[in-house]
Design a protein around this ligand. Structure first.
Ligand code: GLN
Ligand code: ZN
Length: 758
């Protein structure tokens, strides 16, 4: 059986590309030195795949920053503002990726957006009325040649024209349809070059096919490929899809002259049903995505083999493949030195997945495969009893009833009780939680980790930071205070480290964008809170002030969305387990005298399914209850806040209101009357604090501009319901700008308070 890889991680085993790029940005190494590192990585990755016997090895999956940006350059669609800087080719590219400020000029980076339902971010192509789309680069051809030089015949990979158009933002009066013809011609030119090079297969990635498509979208796709495929010559074209199924276009896709079609059998819930219903053409190769490209768990060979065997009735010509590019998993388990063997044996990162594919190709179709060593070893993992099981937690989740998800006093009644109890007055001011992570704050954590200071010394220092933080807020005159989060590196990692069932890796980095990588913790077993996590800090902070100090927690959906989840239980089950753990923390905080508790759900929207019809059934129907579970047990006078980072949640405003929090703060400073309109239109009940300034910039906002933002907000939001706060936590900011910004915020708030009270 043949095998294919959609793409391989490019940052390197130890993030070599990231470090080389950063050196290059600091001008510590030359372009040639950076290119040498890149070349070395590509060579290593091709060899790894060759050694694993992969039959269709990708090239051009490498990128210095982002594949969508590579395509934008290849199609001559880089905006003039970057070209006009007159920089070298490499630096023009990086200017578009990161922005540029220097002698040559001052331009912002292209906008960045989440790549479908992953945590990878791409740079959004911009199309202007005078953009001239045509083939204008050599990267895919050069990389094919480079691999060939070292004896590896590859399958060049390029994001397809349809996905390019769907992701692009039109900046002028033209629409994407106006560019379709030129895009088709550019891809014809690309195929011409591959023909000249004698390339056997080329892969066009069209993940946009798994999104909800209109008839016009499908028509655009069909017209594009009818044109392109008429010129494919001797090159075989693989249409690769991933992150879901192609239910809106399956019949059109199989009717086109592709030589191979790549389908996702893991995330594509309807992929099998589509094959059942419409069959699969005998003249095409089915590239079956059966090894998970997104998660870090070993494949269960029994299941994969059964799946592939089941496909043989549809096609005689099957190639097995990963479900998506391996870009979304860490490089290798070899980097992990401290995982217990009964833990690590469950995992397969990118390099280990190559081995899985190799073994699977040997097992599938072989007689007596059930007795082969690789099969037996794999099955042993899945038959063994799982460590870190917790029957108690499982029972608690199983016994949850309707009542566990509702606060017994409805929100409007609670509001009156809370107003009375908290005595905050109109338009209270507050912050989102974290205060600047100064050098001292970071050193305290790293010293403790290294064992240079004891836990007692560490906590003493934290108390010092909390004290400073409270004093600063008192001095500024904020109404609701925070403890500053100086004990946290990251809002998810901190809780993960304090929950049984979590596993941490040392070097399991995954590219988030460009040179930025994240190291998500792994949910390994059943989740349980062993001890109070934040009570000590919150209680101490509250003891220093007569004003309310918010308890500060991360919610279950965000914790889950920023972790690698288990595959043996449902997301809902995990969310409820985490919800129960946070609930215990909430109740302990309340018991300790904390009157306001904020449960952040920064990432609530992140895993919203790609398909609208699945939003509720697959996600919101458990995500919202898991949040409610956290706070349903508190007394009516305890005020529950939440915070969200993405302002684009107009479409789920009602669901957010259903979280039944008392107050929500969110990012809205960079514009967005739209969201406030949506709140009004949906009769949003939760009190709201739309951020009045952008914390992502070091710029200090003036009193006047915040007054203007607030006046504007008051035209749509009742003054009884409005809170005044920055748009997110302050941890990335410096002390000086924070002090000045918050002083201005309090001054602006005072002006507005005076105005409304007369
Ligand atoms: N409470 C967190 C903080 O203030 C929230 C962070 C976030 O929303 N990303 O840092
Ligand atoms: Zn935020």
């Amino acid at each position: 059986m043949n095998s294919s890889l959609i793409g391989f991680p490019r940052v390197g085993k130890l993030r070599e590309l990231k470090f080389a790029s950063e050196k290059y940005f600091r001008k510590e190494i030359s372009t040639e030195e950076l290119e040498q590192v890149a070349k070395g990585l590509r060579e290593m990755h091709w060899n790894l795949q060759q050694d694993a016997g992969i039959s269709h090895i990708p090239s051009n999956d490498f990128s210095y920053y982002d594949n969508v940006l590579d395509l934008t350059v290849l199609l001559n669609a880089l905006p003039e503002s970057y070209k006009q800087l007159g920089l070298s080719e490499r630096d023009t590219y990086f200017a578009a990726a990161r922005g540029y400020q220097g002698e040559a000029g001052d331009v912002k980076a292209l906008a960045m957006k989440k790549w479908f339902n992953t945590n990878y971010h791409y740079l959004v192509p911009e199309l202007f009325d005078d953009s001239e789309i045509k083939l204008a680069g050599d990267k895919p051809f050069d990389e094919y040649e480079e691999a060939k030089q070292i004896g590896v015949l590859t399958k060049p990979v390029i994001i397809g024209g349809f996905t390019f158009l769907k992701l692009a933002k039109c900046k002028g009066s033209k629409t994407i349809n106006d560019f379709a013809e030129d895009v088709a011609n550019a891809y014809i030119a690309i195929l011409d070059r591959f023909n000249e090079q004698g390339v056997e297969w080329v892969q066009f990635d069209e993940p946009s096919l798994v999104t909800d498509l209109t008839q016009a979208d499908v028509a655009l796709f069909t017209a594009l490929y009818e044109k392109v495929l008429a010129h494919k010559g001797n090159v075989k074209v693989l249409l690769q899809t991933y992150f879901g199924d192609i239910r809106d276009s399956y019949e059109e896709v199989v009717g086109l002259d592709f030589d191979g079609i790549g389908l996702d059998f893991l995330e594509g819930k309807q992929t099998l049903a589509l094959l059942e219903r419409h069959g699969f053409p005998a003249d095409k190769t089915l590239f079956a995505g059966v090894v998970n490209g997104k998660n870090i768990w070993k494949s269960d060979y029994k299941k994969v083999i059964a799946l592939v065997n089941g496909l043989e009735k549809f096609s005689q010509d099957i190639v097995i493949s990963t479900s998506c590019s391996l870009l979304h998993v860490p490089y290798t388990l070899e980097n992990e030195t401290s995982l217990a063997p009964d833990v690590s044996r469950y995992f397969a990162f990118a390099k280990e997945k190559l081995q899985e594919i190799k073994e699977l190709t040997e097992l599938i179709g072989a007689s007596g495969y059930e007795n082969k060593e690789s099969y037996l070893a794999n099955q042993q993992v899945f038959s063994a009893e799982r460590v870190y099981e917790d029957k108690h937690v499982q029972a608690s989740v199983a016994s949850l009833t309707e009542r566990d998800f509702v606060r017994n006093v409805p929100r409007t009644k609670r509001r009156a009780i809370q107003k009375e109890k908290l005595q905050l007055g109109l338009l209270p001011t507050t912050t989102i939680g974290s205060f600047p992570q100064t050098k001292e704050v970071k050193q305290n954590r790293s010293k403790y980790r290294k064992g240079d200071i004891t836990k007692a010394e560490y906590d003493e220092n934290i108390k010092g930071f909390i004290k400073d933080c409270i004093e600063l807020q008192e001095e500024l005159g904020l109404d609701v205070l925070v403890h500053g989060e100086s004990e946290r590196n990251d809002m998810v990692e901190f809780f993960g480290e304090n929950l049984a069932g979590y596993i941490f890796t040392e070097k399991a980095w995954v590219q988030s964008y460009g040179t930025r990588c994240v190291k998500p913790p792994i949910i390994f077993g059943d989740i349980r809170r062993e001890n109070p996590i934040t009570v000590f800090y919150s209680e101490y902070a509250q003891s220093l002030s007569d004003k309310p100090v918010k308890g500060m927690l991360t919610g279950p959906v965000t914790i889950l969305n920023w972790s690698f989840p288990r595959e043996d239980i449902s997301l809902k089950e995990m969310a409820f387990q985490i919800g129960l753990a946070i609930r215990e923390e909430v109740l302990d905080l309340e018991e300790a005298g904390i009157k306001i508790i904020q449960i952040d759900e920064a990432a609530l929207k992140e895993k919203l399914p790609i398909r609208r019809e699945e939003w509720n059934s697959e996600y919101l129907d458990w995500a919202i209850p898991s949040f409610r579970l956290c706070h349903s047990g508190v007394r009516p006078e305890t005020q529950v806040h939440t915070h969200m980072c993405y302002s684009e949640f107009e479409e789920i405003v009602t669901d957010i209101d259903n979280m039944d929090a008392d107050v929500i703060s969110f990012e809205a400073s960079r514009s967005k009357l739209t969201i406030i309109d949506a709140l009004k239109a949906n009769r949003f009940e939760t009190e709201v604090g739309p951020g009045v300034y952008d914390i992502h910039s070091p710029r200090v906002p003036s009193v006047e501009e915040m007054v203007a933002v607030l006046k504007n907000a008051l035209t749509k939001i009742d003054e009884e319901n409005l809170w005044i706060n920055p748009d997110c936590g302050l941890k990335t900011r410096g002390i000086k700008e924070t002090r000045e910004s918050l002083a201005n915020l309090v001054a602006a708030a005072q002006i507005i308070k005076d105005a409304v009270s007369v």
